[in-house]
Design a protein around this ligand. Structure first.
Ligand code: F0G
Length: 482
């Protein structure tokens, strides 16, 4: 929250916007939610939105846009080549990041495709604080591998370390020595590290990593999809940046990187993506792939309306009162759950509240996907759709064995400026109820398992009849409440 204290001393997340357009949502009875979950193969990705009360699956492409973003969409210049809209967007990006070249792409993973195809040679390693699902898929598709060198603290659920997304510098040095610079495609830092609970990376760490990369001649790639949250945390958790404005922090980060890319479904609250760099040779190499996979250079798969919305959204991201909205709601949700001892990732990060399924469902073996079972149970108990971020989201090892995830999380994402505090409190209430009844939750097994990114389309079934028992208990406890 900006700088508003309450007489009561309570820490209430205060919205710095007002709602001027609404969408009605439905909450269907628990029996219908059970049926919808069964129809969706116990995979929250396969639920239909008409059966969902609060869609907290992701913060991607579902953020509320500002009136200025909508207004900008009306002035878009629709042309295949040379669109004024493109040049407006390019100018905004060059201004914010102070990098010379911009390449448009239709979303974050499209940037990853271009970067991986350009930089990864078969057999090469990429080194990063932590992978993201689509990042890893593109790197492995190009014959590369992923080495994760997060600090050990980053894997701890409960912590008071402010920047859990930091790279372990000793591990980085060891990794470079072991693998050899010639066998390393690039080093990657992911802002607001998604899969470990939306945890930020500190400026000091980025500076150190950048120095090592420059000394060794390694390229440093920055995934800025969750930069908005990360900027907020640098400002509030690093005393040295308390009085530095958001744009200056952004430029300082960009000055440390060779390549910056982002999903505009998150950064800038629009849809699309882009890559920035200052090296002409690298730019020219990546540029060849844009018309092939994305579209002509002045739209790259984005609609001109989205590009206009993005240009405005990116400028608004430089406003502290805009980027603080998600982290303060995430913190409020985490605090409501912590009051009832529900295990959540701390300190609260950006993106969403992450419930630790390993402890919540300690009785479910990892091979039975505890985070997937918890996500399904949260939907049955509340109509809230969240996402599994654990073993289900991993790819199997080459020999077909399960790759057990380091963390089993049910991620309750907080789309930017979409939900109110009462809705957040409702979510917490139902999860707190579920925690009391956690013994009723059982495991899942695959019925249909796709080879790539299986969590998107895979269908599962419960082991036993626990979903029915859970729905019955809900009805007993809540009477005729929805
Ligand atoms: N990098 C990070 C850190 C992401 O969180 C995402 C997407 C991407 C890249 C890929 O971007 O979706 O535009 O292709 N994360 C979404 C999520 C899907 O729900 O966390 P995209």
């Amino acid at each position: 929250m900006s700088n508003v204290k309450f007489m009561s001393g309570e820490n209430i997340p205060l919205e710095m916007h007002k709602v001027r357009m609404v969408q009605k949502v439905n909450l269907i009875p628990v029996e219908d939610r059970l049926e919808a979950m069964q129809d969706a193969g116990f995979n929250t990705f396969l639920l239909q939105n008409r059966d969902v009360f609060m869609d907290m699956l992701t913060d991607s492409g579902v953020n509320a846009m500002s009136q200025n973003q909508y207004a900008a969409m009306m002035q878009a210049d629709d042309s295949y080549a040379g669109s004024e809209t493109y040049y407006r967007l390019e100018a905004v990006l060059q201004d914010i990041f102070a990098m010379k070249y911009f390449l448009p792409a239709h979303q974050g993973r499209a940037c990853e495709n271009i970067i991986a195809q350009t930089l990864v040679k078969p057999g090469q390693a990429t080194i990063m604080n932590y992978h993201f699902t689509t990042t890893k898929a593109h790197i492995t598709l190009n014959g590369g591998s992923v080495e994760e060198i997060l600090t050990d603290e980053g894997f701890k659920i409960k912590s008071d370390v402010p920047f859990k997304g930091d790279i372990d510098i000793d591990k980085l040095k060891e990794c470079i020595n072991r693998i050899g610079t010639e066998n390393i495609a690039f080093v990657r830092i992911e802002a607001g590290t998604n899969l470990i609970g939306g945890q930020p990376v500190s400026m000091g760490n980025m500076r150190e990593v950048s120095k090592i990369c420059r000394d060794k001649g390694l390229k440093l790639v920055f995934d800025a999809s969750l930069l908005g949250d990360n900027l907020y945390f640098i400002k509030v958790r690093d005393a040295a940046y308390k009085d530095v404005n958001i744009k200056d922090i952004t430029r300082e980060i960009a000055s440390l990187m060779d390549v910056v890319y982002f999903s505009a479904r998150k950064l800038g609250s629009a849809r699309g993506g882009g890559i920035l760099c200052s090296d002409e040779q690298l730019y020219l190499k990546m540029r060849e792939l844009v018309p092939l996979y994305e579209g002509f250079l002045t739209y790259g798969g984005m609609s001109v309306r989205e590009m206009e919305a993005l240009a405005v959204g990116l400028q608004e991201t430089m406003d502290f009162d805009v980027i603080n909205q998600t982290p303060i709601i995430v913190e409020a949700l985490c605090n409501e759950l912590l009051k009832h001892d529900v295990p959540v990732v701390t300190p609260p990060g950006g993106l969403g509240c992450h419930v630790d399924a390993m402890e919540f469902c300690a009785h479910i073996p990892q091979t039975q996907y505890p985070a997937g079972a918890l996500a399904a149970s949260i939907y049955i108990a509340s109509g809230v759709r969240c996402m599994e971020r654990g073993t289900l989201s991993e790819q199997r090892n080459e020999d077909g064995s399960e790759r057990l995830a380091e963390m089993e999380l049910a991620r309750i994402a907080v789309p930017r400026r979409v939900f109110t505090l009462s809705q957040v409190k409702y979510t917490a209430d139902r999860i707190n109820w579920l925690y009391k009844n956690r013994g009723l939750i059982g495991g899942l097994e695959f019925v249909e398992e796709p080879k790539m990114l299986r969590f998107f389309f895979g269908r599962l079934k419960p082991i036993g009849n626990w979903p029915e028992v859970l729905a019955k208990k809900f009805r007993e406890d809540f009477g005729d409440s929805l």
